[in-house]
Structures are given as C-alpha cells and as structure tokens.
Design a protein around this ligand. Structure first.
Ligand code: PMP
Length: 362
C-alpha cells in the first residue's frame, strides 16, 4: 500500500483508508453488474439499496428518532444557510442566531434576506475564542428557530452542551463535528452538515429534520429548495450525488466497526489531547486560540510565539509530511483538523514534531 500523508486538512479531509480501498476494489464493477456505481441509474435496484442502506445506517448510528427524516441534498452546508430561513422564517417571526464564528455569520447573513433576525448571543468581541454559556443565549418563544454552529471549524471551538429551547426549534450546523460524538438528536428540529469532513467526500449534504416541521414549512418557494420535495421523494426527486452517498454509507460502516459513536468520541478525545498537551506544556511557545473549556476536538487552532517562527514551523512541518496545518486564510495561524478518519498515530506524530521543533528553536 502507498504511504499515507499525515492529513490534517479542514475539509475536504482525510477519509478512512479502509473505505478508500474498498471503493477502489468496487469502483469498476459494482456488485457484479459490469458497471461502476457511478454509471448506474439512480432508479436502479443496486443504487436504491445503497441509498436506503446509507439512510438506515445513519439513523441507527446517530440514534435518530423515528419522527425525523434523513435527507441527502446538494449545495453544501452553505445552501442550508438559505434553505432554512426560506422554509421556516415567516413575516410574523424572527430567526435567532448564536454567532460563534464565520460560518454562523454567513448563516445569519442569508437569513436576513428572508425576514427578521436577531442575535441570540455572540462571542465576536472575544475574537470567537469561546462558546457562550447557556445562560447568555436569548431568544423569544415566538421565534421561528434558534440557530447554532456546533463546531467552529475556523476558530476551533465546540459546544459541549446544547441549549434547551423548548417549543422553539433548535437548528444546528454540525458540518465539522457530526458523528464525532453521540448527540441527543431529539433536542434539535434540524441538523445539517456538508459531508466532506466526517461523513465522506464533498457533494452530499445531510439534513436531519423533524417531520412536524415539514408540515409547517413555507410553500411558495422553488421546488428544489423545499424540504418537503426531498422528504416526499426519499431524496430521489432528482438525481442525487450517487457516488458520494455510496461513500457516505461506507464511512458509516467504518464508524460502526470502530465501535460506534461512544468509541469514536473517546478516540477523538485521545487524539486531540496529545496535541493540546503539546501546546499546554510548551510554556507559551505554542498558544491555543480557543479558551480551554470551549476547545474543539475536531479543529485545534494555535499560534507559535513569534511570527517568523510560525512561518518556519509551518514550512518545516510541511517538509516533514504534515498536510493542511495552515490556519484558515481569514485568521492565519495554525490549525490541525483531527476528524474521525485522522488516526491517532498522525496526531502523536504531530505532537512529537511540535515538541522537537520547540527544542530546536527556543
Ligand atoms: N459550516 C461549517 C461549520 C463549515 O465548516 C463549512 C465548511 N468548511 C460550511 C458550513 C460550509 O460548507 P459547504 O462548503 O459544504 O457549503
């Protein structure tokens, strides 16, 4: 087998080697059909089995209650920024957004195009170093929904506990931490995620939506942008991203084989810990962006004590085979994304490299 890179890309990001190898084996001749899955009709028996299996596995693995639909859409998480207010914001209501980073800002920006919005809380003044405490979150009982971003890919923060919003629908963008830990799905009306971090390749967007919301959705909107269109057709209203959905199904099998979400969460904690330890034990040579209690287990954001050294760190890390350690172009610094498919060994190797680099440069 080929040597695998130490891949810390933020998204698209590492996929499990086992999944890639299985896909490779099945690529040209899927299920003895003499065709690649990509070459098949999305109405064929073979594809339908793959599609329905992926839905069923996601429901089982993520413990999604029966009163929710699982949809496979396109347009990325970014289109959900638009579809949510388009479907659920009405002239009488307000949509409340918790701002914890650039992606929540982008979600709010779209909602403003459709109606009244409010900030339920914001940690922008603290340069998005933290998640607000649950007490800081303000919304009204009449709100259309409250929107949060469960993991902030760019700033490296993550919600540890979710707000209880009672009758008000809680909506979460879980693009960068879905399936990294168990979640009580019943707290949420809608959960959405682009697949390209923990679920598979880019091109598929997963939407988990409570069925009663579908009945309340606005109707005077374009067909393709209505959740009901896709829910009524089992996400087969039009041609879905068939290969991406197949890959998603294979990733779900891989997570099952790893022991499910509790086991995955434990592994993610261990992986993040070695890198956070390298930061915390460096006497300030490295310093994290996020406040310790809001630290993400998926995106570890940090800086090197001075800027020249930081450049050197990133250059030498690249040289040593670490991929994707540059922070997001909007904030700079360093970021190691340690999604489910990033092995512990890669995290340990990075931590060792950090310790070594510090020794040689301070
Ligand atoms: N939300 C979050 C939290 C993200 O990390 C990203 C992508 N990095 C997006 C939304 C946008 O996703 P997409 O590119 O699938 O539109």
């Amino acid at each position: 087998t080929t040597k695998r890179a130490y891949n810390f890309n933020a998204g698209p990001s590492a996929l499990p080697l086992e999944v890639l190898e299985k896909a490779q084996q099945e690529l040209v001749n899927f299920n003895n059909t003499g065709m690649a899955l990509m070459e098949m009709s999305h109405r064929s028996k073979d594809y339908e089995a793959v599609h329905n299996d992926a839905v069923a596995r996601l429901k089982a693995l993520f413990s999604i209650p029966d009163n929710y639909e699982v949809l496979f859409l396109q347009g990325g998480a970014s289109l959900q920024f638009t579809m949510i207010p388009m479907n659920f914001l009405t002239p009488e209501t307000t949509a409340s957004y918790v701002l914890t980073g650039s992606w929540s800002e982008k979600a709010l920006k779209e909602a403003k195009l459709f109606g009244q919005t409010a900030q339920a809380a914001s940690t922008k003044e603290n340069n998005y170093r933290n998640i607000p405490s649950l007490e800081e979150i303000k919304f009204n009982d009449t709100d259309a929904y409250v929107h949060i971003t469960s993991n902030n890919t760019i700033y490296g923060t993550q919600w540890k506990e979710f707000p209880t919003t009672g009758e008000v629908t809680l909506v979460a963008d879980m693009s960068s931490d879905i399936l990294s830990r168990p979640v009580d799905v019943s707290k949420f009306g809608i959960i959405y995620a682009g697949a390209q971090k923990n679920l598979g390749p880019s091109g598929v967007t997963v939407v988990i939506i409570r069925k009663d919301l579908l009945e309340k959705a606005n109707t005077n909107i374009p067909t393709m942008l209505k959740y009901t269109t896709h829910a009524d057709a089992n996400s087969l209203y039009n041609t879905p991203p068939t290969f991406g959905i197949y890959m998603l199904g294979e990733v779900l099998k891989w997570v099952e084989n790893k022991g499910g979400l509790e086991a995955i969460e434990k592994q993610n904690e261990e992986k993040a810990k070695v890198i956070y330890d390298a930061i915390d034990n460096s006497n300030g040579f490295y310093y994290g962006h996020a406040t310790p209690e809001s630290r993400s287990l998926m995106n570890i954001t940090f800086r090197v004590t001075d800027e020249e050294l930081e450049k050197k760190f990133l250059a030498e890390a690249k040289e040593a085979g670490f991929v994707g350690l540059n922070g997001h172009r909007s904030v700079g610094g360093c970021r190691a994304s340690t999604y489910n498919a990033v092995p512990f060994e890669a995290c340990q190797a990075l931590a060792n490299f950090m310790v070594e680099f510090q020794k040689n440069n301070q």
